[in-house]
Design a protein around this ligand. Structure first.
Ligand code: PMP
Length: 449
């Protein structure tokens, strides 16, 4: 029986699909159900990857300016060798003695500031946040959590309740308060005000909890605010909010699943850009380059309460995962990918700023390192979000074989977040394709008006 197309095949390009891809979409819906989504009006069927490139079945190359999970590039030979070498030797779990997890923990913890001397491993970012959630509740005796209005932290039941980005049907629970994201562009403030305004909102959330008899446990923050629209500047804007949270006896959890592993350029971790010291840090995604490894880093003192019960995660931290994780750290260091994120990111942002001189639809270019947001507006004065145009641009770039996506409260922020080896030449390709696509936007806006 024919299945309907998934609901997010959002425009009208279904006719462009090959018979093979059309059949695969129907098979997916039939087997996986309707909650799974695909990227792009014309979903992409890729068969292999290398560096910053993905290839389809006809061997067409697509420039990947979207995927941060293959942090050191698709199918890095060093990572592949570490994975297959260890998989061919031994894969067990953390209840046997094995140096792999210890070597990895030592290496990973060496990227953190001093008090962070413990690492716990999980298989996904959601699980890492779930563990941080439990630790925060145990250590504070509180139950309340604060997140931003369009935060995404994962899929477990308690973490879905901290993820308003899942949409209006996701239940946030009575113990959760949301605060407006620290958006310097839309909230018009001078740079110094962003942090103050954010801290005031966090204080109001804590006051509201206490009026309802809820003791706060933690605030959880994605330090690059990816789902809130990529909010990076000014560095330091998290400092006042962190103080407010800690003064209330709650913990500050930095979710580094998006910003971590050198992506923001100057630092290993997004929280370091803000010169803050969170209580707990969670990480995932780029940690395993596609292999499921994630974790929690924290000072040992935060673990005392949890240690009264056992911790065992059957596949979290297995020798293969640790070999992969370690190879990724080595590649980041040896290939100087953090510096590349800084320099190529700056190069790309300055190229995008030049595009903004020619295309009025670009309201703001922002971001840090190789995590870039381009906010698109129909009018620079009113800042009316150009959401349809954003979606159109994402699909147009895909047709031109450059992969990006969109994000933000109004869906009007182009999200550019390539693997870390992205080069200035790669950036030039992206800029050329985007320039051409942007040139068609005024006509599109006129049609939509
Ligand atoms: N936190 C953030 C900020 C994320 O972006 C994500 C995934 N998009 C997660 C947590 C959850 O990670 P995972 O999908 O590995 O469970």
């Amino acid at each position: 029986m024919k299945q309907p197309l998934p609901s997010n095949t959002y425009l009208s390009g279904k006719g462009d699909l090959s018979a093979v891809d059309q059949a695969m979409i129907e098979r997916r819906v039939g087997l996986l159900g309707p909650a799974y989504k695909l990227h792009y009006e014309q979903p992409l069927h890729v068969v292999r990857g290398e560096g910053v490139w993905l290839y389809d079945a006809q061997d067409n190359a697509y420039l990947d300016a979207y995927n941060n999970v293959p942090s050191v590039g698709h199918c890095h030979p060093r990572v592949h060798a570490a994975l297959s070498g260890q998989a061919g030797l031994l894969n067990t779990h953390t209840r046997y003695l094995h140096p792999g997890i210890l070597d990895y923990a030592e290496h990973l913890l060496s990227t953190f500031p001093d008090p962070f001397d413990k690492l716990m491993l999980t298989c996904s970012g959601s699980e890492a946040n779930d563990l941080a959630y439990r630790i925060a509740q145990l250590n504070t005796g509180g139950t309340g959590f604060i997140v931003t209005e369009l935060a995404y932290h994962g899929v477990t039941k308690v973490i879905a309740e901290l993820s308003p980005a899942l949409g209006e049907h996701a239940n946030l629970g009575e113990h959760v308060r949301t605060v407006p994201a620290p958006d310097a562009y839309r909230n018009d403030g001078s740079d110094g005000e962003v942090g103050k305004r954010f801290a005031r909102a966090v204080q109001a959330a804590i006051d509201d909890m206490s009026r309802h008899g809820i003791k706060p446990a933690a605030m959880m923050v994605d330090t690059i605010f990816a789902s809130d629209g990529v909010l990076a500047d000014p560095p330091g804007f998290l400092q006042q909010a962190l103080k407010v949270v800690q003064n209330a006896g709650a913990l500050f959890i930095a979710d580094e699943v998006q910003a971590g592993f050198g992506r923001t350029g100057d630092h290993w971790w997004g929280f370091q850009r803000h010169a803050i010291e969170p209580d707990i840090v969670t990480m995932g995604k780029g940690m395993g380059g596609g292999h499921p490894i994630a974790g929690v880093a924290l000072p040992g003192a935060q673990l005392e309460a949890l240690a009264k019960s056992r911790y065992f995660n059957t596949t979290g931290g297995n020798p293969v995962s640790c070999a992969v994780g370690k190879a990724i750290l080595e590649v980041i260091e040896e290939e100087d990918l953090m510096e590349n994120a800084r320099s190529t990111g700056a190069y790309l942002r300055s190229g995008l700023a030049k595009l903004a001189d020619q295309h009025d639809i670009i309201g703001q270019v922002r971001g840090a390192g190789l995590f870039i947001g381009l906010e698109l507006v129909r009018d620079r004065a009113s800042k009316e979000p150009a959401a349809e145009e954003t979606l159109w641009l994402v699909n147009r770039c895909r047709q031109d074989r450059v992969l990006i996506s969109s994000t933000g409260t109004h869906g009007n922020v182009l999200k550019i977040r390539p693997p870390l080896p992205f080069s200035p030449d790669n950036a030039d390709v992206l800029l050329r394709v985007l320039d051409r696509a942007l040139a068609d936007c005024p006509e599109l806006s006129a049609r939509l008006a």
